[in-house]
Each structure stands twice: as C-alpha cells, then as structure tokens.
Ligand binder design. Structure first.
Ligand SMILES: [Fe+2]
Length: 406
C-alpha cells in the first residue's frame, strides 16, 4: 500500500499540534528582520531555525530545478541542524517558497510539510475555545494567535453577543452557526489602537447594534468625533443575552471610555485594563501623565471584585500564558498575587504612576491610524489593513516590547 504523504499543514492544524504539544521543528526561511519581528508561536516553545531562503539557495542558472537547489543547500548547510525524529514545518511569507523547501527536505528523507499560506495565513488565523458551558449560557474565547488578540462570544437561548471582534468576521459567523445562535449585538470594550475592530462592520452587515462607550467615540489625538453608528454604553448599565446577564463597568485609564463586561457576576471581560501578565498602558491617547492616575483608580476598583472572578482579557502578551485548551484566563485572586501591575497598587498612586511611566514600551506609529480607522475616520483597504496589523501588538506596560501586547 502506498504511504500517504502529507505535504501541507493549515494554520489550524499547526495550532492544534502546538496546543497538544506534539513534537515539531520550524524552519523559517524568511529574512532575518521579518523573523525577528514575529514568528509562529504556540503555548509551549518549539525548536526553530531561521535560514533566509536566499542564503540557503544558490541557483546554478535559471534553468535549475528549485527543489534540487534546496536539496543542495540543505546538504551543504543544514544536515546537522535539522532533526530526523520530529516533523519539520517549513514557513515563509506566503507559503510558496517554503513549499519548495518542504519538498526538498522530503526528498532528503526528512518528514517535512509546508505551512499553507505562510505567515500571511498564520497572521489571519483564528481559533475558538469554550471558556464556560452551563445549562443557561456558553462563553467562548476567540484567539488570534499571531497577534495576541482575544475576543469573546456569549451564547444563551440561541442568541449571541460578540465582544471585541477582530476584522475577519467569518470566524464569528462560523462560531454562531456551529452553536446554533444568531448574533444579536456586538460590543467593543474600547476604541482599539493595536488592531482593526470588526465591531462596526459586524453591526452594519448583520443589522445589529454596535456598542461603544461615548468617551471612546472621539479620537484622542485630533479630537474628531467618530463616524460610525454606535449605541453608547454607560457605567452600571446591565443587559441580557438570552438569559445571561451582562454588567457594564467603566474602567478608564487605557482609554477614557474603557469598559469591562461582567457576565453573570463571574466572568470579567477586562478588555485592555488588566492582562494576565501585565496591565494597560495609558499613553496611547498621547496623555500618559493625565491618564495614569485614572488607571490606578480603575484597577483599585477592579481589585475589589471577588477573588474568584475569572479575568478574560482582550489580549495576551505571552502565548505561554494560555492553558492546555488554548484559553487565556486567570482568577482575579491569582492575578493579585502575581500580576506586577496589580502588585504595584499597594505602593500608592504616586509609586504606581512612576512605575507605569517608566515602563512604557515604544509607541507604534500605526496605532494612531488604527484608532482613526476604528472610529470610521479612515477607511484602509485590505492591503493597508494588512500593513497596519503587521506583527504583534504592544498595548501593555512592560520593558520588553516584543513580549508585551494589548
Ligand atoms: Fe487597547
């Protein structure tokens, strides 16, 4: 019988493999700067090698078969560094050149597959996992592993509310269809700076209301009012999705209109106020000194919620913070013990603000434009959207920007 040879893996298959912690080795053939900026990552670390394609390949004339050239390059440079005991995933920008690399490796006897669609597909890949499933409601977390973005979907009595959707809306429609629900509302915790929100488009496309706090419907830099249809959220407001209750809590600091959604008094969609490893940065509106004390006051109030409150942020900084099911969560009690930002609250407002202001990561210039787009003040096409969202997001306080998110 012929052995079935697998030649490609989809991002979904790669993510499942990473979650299951199955053996894998990644050979990334993009340029070094691209690799440094971002790469395939999973909850557990994976051995990885970056060898730019043009260093590996030395074509002997235009006629030469590319796979032959790959084989020659690998024989000359990489035989000692590539494993035989685990599968190799070849990765490039769009999945074309890495296809030749995987083919060359297979011909040399390695168990190699190509990542279909390359980093572009990985960047746009989403997975969803259940956070809670009770008789009355279910709560799902949607993860975009490449960017560290998290959104949430609450389902009860065949109705769904989508919180902080990213701009690729198919995932949310697929999820709703899979659980037999109709999306009836969409909400953003705040006017996002690090990624393009899918909220207004989902609202418009599905003819359902899009909700945002009115303070975030003004661009903080140029003070222009948003040009999107939205329903204003209010502190203390409650609403129902099916039979599940959702409370709106106002926690300004990261933005002035930052809210959190408390579902059934237990699940806190904390947006970008509180992350698992860090806390929000207050400088993305250009007013760090003025907004840092607001963040202090907000986190002090948040810390008064019961310790068993399950915190579900809108981003993660470190993909290793996900559990074995790929869900990013922690109880407030746990975070009070280990989250450096929450621990800092005990030192008082002045020390807290000093700490925040001393630990601000670089300000990504694209964030001003992303906020404009999310407020409907700019309309990037697909190419511009891809560029705005390139790489990981940096919304949290922290000294190592490449590990910070939000
Ligand atoms: Fe944010």
């Amino acid at each position: 019988m012929l052995k079935q040879v697998t030649t490609g893996s989809t991002p979904q298959q790669v993510w499942q493999r990473l979650l299951r912690n199955e053996p894998l080795f990644i050979l990334d053939v993009r340029n070094r700067d691209e690799f440094e900026r971002w790469r395939v990552e999973g909850p557990r670390s994976v051995p990885m090698l970056n060898v730019p394609y043009f260093e590996l390949l030395d074509l002997e004339g235009e006629e030469e078969d590319v796979t032959e050239a790959v084989m020659r390059g690998v024989r000359a440079q990489l035989m000692e560094q590539l494993p035989h005991e685990r599968p190799i995933l070849a990765v490039c920008a769009e999945g074309n050149t890495s296809n030749y690399v995987a083919e060359g490796l297979r011909r040399l006897g390695f168990d190699a597959v190509n990542m279909e669609g390359g980093m572009e597909a990985w960047g746009n890949f989403y997975a969803w996992h259940a956070v809670a499933q009770t008789e009355r409601f279910s709560l799902y977390q949607v993860v975009r592993p490449a960017r560290g973005c998290l959104s949430h979907v609450l389902v009860s009595e065949h109705r769904a509310a989508v919180f902080d959707p990213a701009r690729h809306l198919d995932t949310y429609h697929e999820l709703a269809a899979a659980v037999g629900a109709r999306i009836e509302m969409v909400l953003d915790t705040h006017l996002h700076a690090d990624h393009l929100s899918g909220g207004p488009a989902l609202g418009q496309g599905d003819h359902i209301p899009y909700h945002l706090h009115p303070y975030d419907a003004i661009h903080p830099m140029d003070m222009l009012p948003a040009r999107i249809a939205y329903r204003p959220l209010e502190a203390g407001q409650t609403f129902r999705v099916g039979s599940a209750e959702v409370k709106v809590l106002h926690f300004p600091g990261h933005t002035l209109g930052m809210v959190a959604f408390l579902i059934e008094d237990r699940y806190l969609l904390s947006g970008d106020s509180l992350f698992l490893e860090s806390i929000a940065r207050p400088d993305l509106g250009g007013k760090a000194e003025a907004w840092a004390p607001l963040l202090y006051e907000s986190l002090m109030r948040m810390a008064e919620l019961p310790d068993e409150t399950l915190v579900l942020p809108a981003h993660f900084s470190d993909i290793a913070a996900g559990d074995e099911n790929g869900v990013f969560h922690a109880t407030l009690g746990e975070l009070k013990q280990r989250n450096p930002g929450l621990l800092k609250l005990a030192e008082g407002e002045a020390a807290f603000c000093d700490y925040i202001l001393a630990n601000l990561p670089e300000f990504p210039p694209a964030y001003v434009e992303i906020k404009r787009a999310n407020a409907g003040l700019a309309r990037p096409d697909e190419r511009a959207a891809q560029e705005l969202e390139l790489g990981k997001n940096i919304c949290a306080v922290g000294k190592a920007p490449e590990r910070a998110s939000g």
